[in-house]
Design a protein around this ligand. Structure first.
Ligand code: PSU
Ligand code: MN
Length: 302
């Protein structure tokens, strides 16, 4: 048998010994989703938000072939400035580890690593989904399939409006993934509180979400849950403002032939530039908000 190269941060070890609630955090948002130094500042603020809400953060990444569940401050600094970091999904995780390389985990790979470490709740910004034009490109994020397979509850601010949201909901339904809007009927759309689409399910408390997670496990149904938590009102960019920016970024991506793994990072970077950084302020606010809710759900589960 191959030994698992897995290491836990000091804080995560203590949390496990004491049975404290843990919240997994992804690292692609750090390496491919935000520019330095805001990426590291945000990652630290998100970890602090988890702690303030009574849980312990476990930021996940692969460093030189070892899966880190929980990053020490110096490791986070190094990752936030590193060049050529792999973007890891289900397809790449084993290869990155086997070759001793460094990679940041997407939602899919973070779910896989969280499960390895026995962590049931994970907070992020937005998940990958069905891209616009997927009927031609077949670009559907592996995040959706992971939600169907791996028993982790993922708290996100809905799916980004760069995606085709109706198709994303259809695929999630086909895959048997519950999509739960928090405190409202409408599916949140990342930078905006509303998408104009009704979410399939609604829950108003962390306790209900935790109970649903537990029941799914008790029934032996594979996979997790997608919790769609709307961005706080004061940080929202209304749909009418972000929509034209998204269209511009999408047109540019197409004109430049951006494809596969490069699509999401390209769009995020262009939207950041086109909004003079406002998209990043909103992104940070919604991740913090998701971290707090994830901590509450994790606390309900212990
Ligand atoms: N949403 C963000 N920032 C990100 C991502 C999503 O606000 O950086 C990342 C996540 O790691 C997600 C990944 O899992 O993009 C999806 O990539 P793709 O579309 O290539 O599957
Ligand atoms: Mn893709």
């Amino acid at each position: 048998m191959t030994a698992l190269p897995l290491t836990l941060s000091a804080e995560v070890v203590t949390a496990r010994t004491r049975g404290l609630p843990l919240v997994a955090l992804e690292s692609t948002i750090i390496t491919h989703g935000m520019p330095w130094p805001q990426n590291v500042e945000t990652a630290r603020a998100v970890e602090a938000a988890v702690r303030a809400a009574g849980a312990v953060p476990a930021t996940i990444a692969v460093l030189d072939g070892t899966v880190h569940v929980g990053l020490e401050p110096a490791e986070l600094d190094r990752l936030g400035q590193a060049q050529g970091v792999m973007k890891l999904s289900r397809a790449d995780l084993a290869i990155c580890i086997a070759q001793g390389r460094t990679g940041a985990t997407t939602v899919a790979a973070t779910m896989l690593c969280a499960r390895l470490a026995g962590i049931s709740v994970f907070a992020t910004g937005g998940i990958g989904g069905v891209h616009r034009g997927a009927e031609h490109s077949f670009d559907i994020s592996a995040d959706l399939h992971e939600l169907a397979r791996t028993p982790v509850t993922v708290v996100a601010a809905g799916a980004k409006a760069i995606l085709d949201l109706p198709k994303t909901l259809e695929v999630l339904e086909t895959l048997g993934v519950p999509v739960i809007a928090v405190g409202q009927d409408d599916l949140p759309a990342f930078w905006s509180r509303e998408s104009g689409l009704k979410a399939p399910l609604r829950m108003d408390t962390a306790r209900e979400i935790a109970a649903a997670h537990r029941m799914r496990g008790a029934l032996g149904i594979a996979g997790g849950q997608l919790v769609a938590n709307p961005i706080p009102v004061e940080a929202e960019i209304p749909r009418s403002r972000i929509q034209p920016v998204i269209e511009t970024a999408l047109d540019e991506a197409e004109a430049r032939g951006i494809a596969a793994k490069a699509v999401t990072p390209f769009l995020l970077q262009r939207i950041f530039e086109l909004t003079d950084g406002r998209s990043l302020v909103a992104n940070t606010a919604l991740v913090l908000n998701n971290a707090r809710l994830a901590a509450q759900i994790a606390a309900e589960l212990v």
